[in-house]
Design a protein around this ligand. Structure first.
Ligand code: FAD
Length: 564
């Protein structure tokens, strides 16, 4: 017998569920309700309309109700807001936003994919500025037209998450003056502080006024006022400080919410009412690394959950392995990807871990387009289980991060990364890829082959006059070095190692950490037991220090930066 399925929300999760339901049941009645005027648009491409990369706002819309009807026999109703759910009657109440008319519709199964809303806090004076959010085609069209009409002298983006960053970049590409304000000390919280600094530099180098560690406390006419007292004159404000799961309907219907405030679902994405499913940004999901619930507002998970729900409705087993969170973002000339847990997340968890930080080339070094690849691998101690990775570079970072994401999903440890057989030819990578290389280093750390300190610790070492040894060649040292560092190039270290004291810790670096690793092993073989490799080397240290050196009045710890 045919069934009747209703879906709330007509974009990522909603449209995906509808299409899969049709594929599994030709005779069923499927109605999808969307309160906005468009279904199935690309949220992820919205910012690219601001730069004109996506010329027409209509091009953001992938499907319309006529295509849904013609190709899938799905009744996609736009401008139709689902106002309430009557669980005992298994009916919903729908309001036609254009006519004001309301009506009821019954269901056998109901799927909620209402997404999340952009947070706009009631900051004093907010009515005195032109505030925009970026959630749908109407929003971006409105923002784009307003900018074109007003020709603002400056636009301020508030919030340095991936949406804020993409909006900022596209506004710069459109030729605007842009400020980005982030309350945390860094943008893009999926990266650790030691990885993200190179992106801060890139943002600054592209002409953005980047303010981190300062929050908006008030607005005045065309003015953003920050906690520090700083004021930014701006005729347009884009608010991208985060999202809140759209739980109003679920709450009205008495469905259970979880500890995060999002809709609680079981492993089959059923809510506390077994005839109502929920997916996407509105739900909380199981994090297989932390073994706890979290909100993961990304398109891929929403689409896959929607498909899983349709499968479950049709009696197919779904295998929910939980989530780890994988994302990638472009920041001007850099690409930045992250998966799994970072050190910030681990700080609150009772998991013992260590990490590897390397800067290999992403292709064979003599290839003209070879670039540095900043790569960080985080793993559990003592098991070596892979917990997370972050990759930032001008070349291919998502491939590396995707491999690690796959490895995490399969429960791999660092030895498996070491042994992975990955594609190689000079235009694509290196014979021993960054991933293999990070597996070697991690495995060496686990076996106690050497000890390391991170680039984030170098400033303390300099300020405490620690013994820092630079093993680069003299020309490299003279072009720029860490203050107080002694230099003995690796090429002469075997002849001169006795100049190095044995009774104090010795912190060794080269440009990226590889030559210094060799120096550490050599000194250990000569009986030194207090030698540490500075992971990321001089280059990593320069990248880590640069932005804060330039934006605060502290004294640099390097004589010249190496940021090539
Ligand atoms: P949505 O796709 O947001 O759909 C929810 C829909 O439900 C909305 O259109 C809403 O109007 C409708 N709705 C809500 N309540 C009702 C109601 N009561 N009645 C009827 N309709 C209702 N993710 C990535 O993985 N990569 C990216 O690069 C990326 N970029 C993004 C860029 C931007 C600017 C934005 C806003 C998001 C981006 N995302 C990205 C996130 C991704 O788009 C979301 O995670 C995904 O769309 C969530 O799917 P969803 O179905 O839960 O919600």
């Amino acid at each position: 017998m045919s069934k009747k399925y209703l879906i709330v929300g007509g974009v990522a999760g909603g449209a995906s569920a509808a299409a899969r339901l049709r594929r599994l049941g030709e005779e069923d009645e499927i109605i999808m309700f969307e309160k906005g005027p468009d279904v199935s648009f690309s949220n992820c491409c919205l910012p690219y309309h601001l730069s004109g990369q996506i010329k027409n706002a209509e091009d953001l819309i992938l499907m319309n109700p006529a295509i849904f009807k013609g190709q899938y026999n799905i009744d996609a109703r736009v401008n139709s807001e689902v106002m309430s759910i009557d669980r005992s009657a298994k009916e919903i109440e729908v309001k036609n936003i254009l006519s004001g008319e309301t009506y009821r519709e019954s269901y056998d199964k109901l799927i909620l994919s209402p997404g999340a809303r952009a947070i706009v806090p009631p900051i004093p004076g907010i009515e005195k500025v032109n505030v925009f959010t970026v959630k749908n085609v109407v929003d971006i069209d409105k923002l784009n037209k307003f900018i074109k009409d007003v020709k603002p002298s400056r636009i301020t983006v508030i919030g340095g998450g991936f949406i804020g960053i993409e909006v900022m970049e596209n506004l710069i590409e459109a030729g605007h003056q842009v400020s980005l304000v982030e309350a945390l000390p860094q943008v893009l919280n999926q990266f650790d502080d030691d990885m993200v600094q190179i992106l801060h530099k890139e943002i600054m180098d592209n002409g953005v006024e980047l303010v981190v560690g300062d929050r908006v406390t008030a607005f005045d006419t065309n003015k953003v006022i920050l906690d520090s007292g700083k004021e930014i004159t701006s005729e347009v404000i884009v608010m991208s400080i985060g999202i809140k799961p759209e739980t109003g309907l679920a709450e009205q219907a008495g469905l259970e919410l979880g500890k995060t405030g999002a809709i609680k679902v079981d492993s089959n994405f059923r809510t506390s009412d077994l005839d109502i499913y929920a997916v996407g940004d509105a739900i909380e999901v199981y994090n297989s690394l932390t073994q706890d619930k979290f909100i993961l507002a990304l398109a891929g998970p929403a689409l896959k959950q929607a498909r899983a729900v349709a499968d479950h409705i049709h009696g197919k087993a779904i295998h929910n392995t939980g989530y780890i969170g994988s994302s990638v973002v472009k920041v001007f000339g850099f690409n930045a990807a992250a998966t799994g847990l970072n050190e910030k997340a681990l700080a609150d968890l009772n998991i013992d871990y260590d990490f590897v930080q390397i800067i290999p080339k992403d292709k064979v070094g003599i290839m003209p387009d070879a670039e540095d690849l900043g790569f960080k691998l985080i793993f559990e101690k003592p098991t070596g289980r892979v917990l997370g990775a972050q990759a930032i570079g001008r070349g291919n970072v998502d491939k590396r991060t995707d491999v690690v994401a796959t490895a995490i999903k399969f429960g791999a440890d660092v030895n498996s990364l070491r042994d992975l057989e990955l594609c190689y030819a000079p235009p694509f990578g290196t014979g021993k890829d960054a991933i293999n290389y990070s597996g070697y280093v991690a495995s060496n750390l686990l076996h106690g082959a050497f000890k390391q300190v991170s680039m984030a610790e170098v400033r303390d070492l300099v300020e405490n006059d620690a013994y820092i040894l630079d093993v680069r060649e003299m020309g490299e040292y003279e072009a720029g070095h860490i203050r107080n560092a002694r230099v003995i190039p690796l090429s002469v270290l075997r002849d001169r190692y006795e100049e190095i004291p044995r009774d104090v810790p010795v912190y060794i670096h080269c440009r990226s950490g590889q030559r210094s690793y060799n120096a550490v092993l050599m000194l250990q073989a000569k009986g030194y037991d207090k030698v540490f490799n500075i992971s990321g080397g001089f280059k990593g240290t320069c990248a880590y220090e640069y932005f804060n050196d330039k934006t605060t009045d502290r004294e640099p710890i390097v004589t010249q930066y190496d940021l090539k």
